[in-house]
Write a protein that binds this ligand. Structure first.
Ligand SMILES: [Zn+2]
Length: 157
């Protein structure tokens, strides 16, 4: 599992607690600097052919970073993925709340871990994050595995 995904915050030169306004203004600033059409007229003829492909790639990366970070839902997903990577929990599974049950502990939902223990998330935590975040990383209390609980998976009507 390689996590060679670019850091979108670094690309946009913002901190990961940046406000949507900061993200937006940095995006516009960088996009202006790196726009593929930029520099063709200003830097004279000849430079465009060699410089353009590089600028293109950088510009696309900025576009991609902005597309992810400008949207609250995709930004949260990205943050959750990054957090999971940084803590280096091996993700055992992607599950929805419907895959879990409250047999182990009625105060929340459990999902069996391969180590014999369970991934457990309390009902209070579920209530508070359900509306805020589309997914949650739930680590096993006994081993280093974690499951990613996704709330936005289609559920039964
Ligand atoms: Zn475990």
């Amino acid at each position: 599992m390689s996590s060679s995904r670019p850091n979108y915050y670094e690309i946009l030169e913002v901190s990961n607690s940046a406000t949507p306004e900061e993200i937006k203004s940095n995006y516009y600033r960088l996009a202006k600097l790196l726009h593929p059409d930029k520099g063709r007229g200003e830097n004279g003829v000849g430079t465009a052919d060699t410089a353009a492909p590089k600028a293109d790639a950088a510009f696309q990366l900025i576009e991609e970073a902005y597309r992810i970070l400008a949207n609250m839902a995709s930004r949260k997903l990205y943050d959750a993925d990054e957090a999971a990577c940084q803590k280096s929990f091996p993700i055992a599974a992607y599950i929805s709340p419907n895959d879990m049950d409250s047999i182990e502990d009625p105060r929340g939902l459990s999902y069996p871990c391969r180590c014999g223990d369970v991934f457990f998330v309390g009902q209070d935590k579920l209530d508070s994050s359900n509306s805020k975040s589309p997914e949650m990383v739930v680590p096993c209390s006994s081993c280093s595995f974690a499951v990613v609980l996704r709330f936005n998976l289609p559920s039964e009507e």
